[in-house]
Design a binder for this molecule. Structure first.
Ligand code: FES
Length: 559
């Protein structure tokens, strides 16, 4: 069997001929971005061929190329040495630092020194978990884990003072099988699929545990409790429970959470006697990540109607009004995470995270780490499309305007097709605009229907809390200009970052919050949007962009 060696990591995989280079990347224990969904469009999976010849390149009778596309080219009969060119998961941005947590500090996990025995008793909920030699009361750690459809994040929490001792994030390697929840449910139904997805999740989480332990200089055996938050499908996959129910009516979850498992039973590499807590889920489509968000934002403590939206591959939302919660979820797809977009990428160094046009029409870009622009992440994509909309480059139908409107200087034709060039090698195609339309329509339709169900007008909403891994970069104006949010929300939005992880941290620090969240899950009502007779009509109406509002510039710069 040929071996494929990846540099600079030095990781190696032995795979049968005919395996895609991308599969070989994963088999070697590495991950790779596939923004275009492995369709050979974005070029983000490019590798440099150092030795050997991938099969696809041979077959296409191309001159020997030092580069290959991992998603397209295959391992042949020869051993290969490949260099991965794109920055991987290590540069993912983590944005949960600014949400000030407010909770009691009464953790479920405690320790006490027994001087007569010279040992330290480790207790969970008052029950003895184990005894440690000597006085170990100076070490008390828990893990807050957010398992997102696209990324995973882990925080090591010092339970003595509530501080985050270390944190790390990675790309969810399940994305190699499918980018969204429905795709994962389908993959889980294939022979061996569920076991693969579970193993993928555990491999990622365990790698992050090793990373945060190394950062903090502790052993994973010093961690006795983990709280895992994720959407309902992810909770199923981590526990190895078949998520098939989530893909068919009435979408009742097989696993409802508010449950404890032994870490060893789950496969989490922490103390062998350690425990894992899975918070309650609200429904098949509204998961523990939203419950965590409700807890982290103190949603129910707000007196005026407040809307919480977590924007990811699913747009999950909860509306709180007079102590009651109504929640819904809508399939937004991966566009806002930079996926399925020609020049999309995740929030990593070089991603355009902010884009605007000056009064004279000149583009102003802000990239992550101030690196040269390599692509558009979700917030940059939203900014860029909003700019096309307000300057009449895109009509309200989503079609490019024939003359490019006030930004004709960005319009170019390549292979007979129009596209807007935002920066060298970074452009938006008609198909990209359609992906953004679909994503924003899903979220906007969810908002409109949720408000209608609660009999609240957009004007009556007091605050709009927006969570998601790109939350802090989003501009309210861009969301309004796209029509993703109603104009009546102007001045009311607040970006709250990764509330799933923040909520998991609260569950670690405040044991009572778990029961509170479980009772919330019992009482909250969940709206099944797809079952509403007019969902399709509202969704279709939400596809339209608002009309252009700033069509001209004081001067037209050179293209
Ligand atoms: Fe391979 Fe886009 S070209 S993932």
């Amino acid at each position: 069997m040929p071996s494929v060696r990846f540099f600079p990591e030095g990781a190696i995989a032995a795979v049968p001929p005919g395996t895609s280079l991308l599969e070989a990347v994963y088999a070697a224990g590495l991950t790779m971005e596939t923004p275009c969904g492995g369709n050979g469009i974005c070029g983000k999976c490019r590798v440099r061929v150092l030795t050997g010849l991938p099969h696809g390149i041979q077959d296409r009778a191309k001159p020997v190329s030092p580069f290959a596309l991992a998603c397209q080219d295959l391992v042949g009969e020869d051993d290969l040495d490949l260099e991965i060119l794109e920055v991987g998961e290590n540069s993912l941005q983590i944005h949960d630092e600014s949400l000030a947590l407010s909770c009691a500090h009464i953790p479920r996990l405690t320790k006490r020194f027994l001087p007569d025995r010279g040992r330290t008793e480790v207790l969970a909920g008052g029950k003895t978990l184990c005894l440690e030699a000597g006085n170990r009361t100076d070490s008390l750690f828990g893990l807050a884990v957010d398992v997102g459809t696209t990324t995973l994040a882990v925080a090591l929490v010092d339970l003595r003072n509530g501080e985050e001792a270390a944190s790390a994030a990675t790309l969810n390697r399940q994305t190699r099988h499918a980018h969204d929840v429905l795709g994962r449910i389908s993959f889980a139904a294939e022979p061996g699929g569920l076991a693969i997805l579970q193993q993928d999740a555990l491999t990622d989480i365990n790698a992050l545990i090793a990373e945060v332990c190394a950062q903090a200089g502790i052993s994973a055996a010093d961690i006795y409790e983990a709280v895992i938050c994720g959407n309902t499908c992810m909770q199923h996959l981590v526990t190895g429970i078949d998520p098939a129910n989530l893909g068919r009516r009435p979408y009742h979850p097989a696993f409802r959470g508010h449950a404890y498992r032994k870490a060893a039973e789950v496969g989490l590499r922490i103390a062998s006697q350690g425990e894992v807590y899975f918070p309650a889920v609200l429904s098949g489509h509204v998961g523990a990540d939203i419950v965590a968000g409700i807890v982290a934002t103190g949603l129910l403590r707000r007196h005026q109607p407040t809307l919480f939206i977590d924007i990811g591959t699913n747009g999950e939302m909860a509306l709180a009004k007079e102590g009651r919660v109504i929640a819904a979820s809508t399939a937004a797809g991966p566009a806002f995470e930079g996926m399925n977009i020609s020049c999309g990428m995740r929030a990593a160094a070089g991603a355009i995270e902010a884009f605007c046009l000056e009064g004279d029409g000149r583009p102003v870009l802000k990239t992550i780490a101030e690196a040269p622009p390599r692509g558009l992440c979700g917030s940059g994509l939203i900014d860029a499309v909003a700019a096309l909309v307000v300057h009449n480059g895109v009509a309200s139908s989503g079609r490019f305007t024939p003359d490019g409107g006030a930004i004709a200087h960005f319009l170019e034709r390549v292979n007979g097709k129009s596209r807007f060039r935002l920066a060298p090698h970074i452009f938006l195609t008609q198909k990209d605009i359609r992906q953004v339309q679909l994503a924003k329509a899903a979220i906007r339709a969810g908002i409109d229907l949720l408000l209608r169900q609660a009999r609240i007008l957009p004007e009556q909403v007091d605050r709009v809390l927006i969570a998601g891994s790109f939350g802090y970069h989003l501009k309210e104006r861009s969301l309004l200009d796209l029509g993703l949010l109603p104009e009546a929300f102007a001045g009311k939005t607040e970006f709250v970052g990764n509330t799933s992880k923040a909520g998991a941290r609260i569950f670690l620090l405040d044991a009572a919050s778990r029961d509170w969240a479980a009772s919330l899950a019992e009482k909250a009502s969940c709206l099944d949007l797809a079952d509403l007779p007019d969902f399709q009509a509202v969704f279709t109406a939400s596809m339209a962009f608002p009309r252009a509002s700033r069509p001209t510039f004081t001067a037209t710069p050179a293209a």
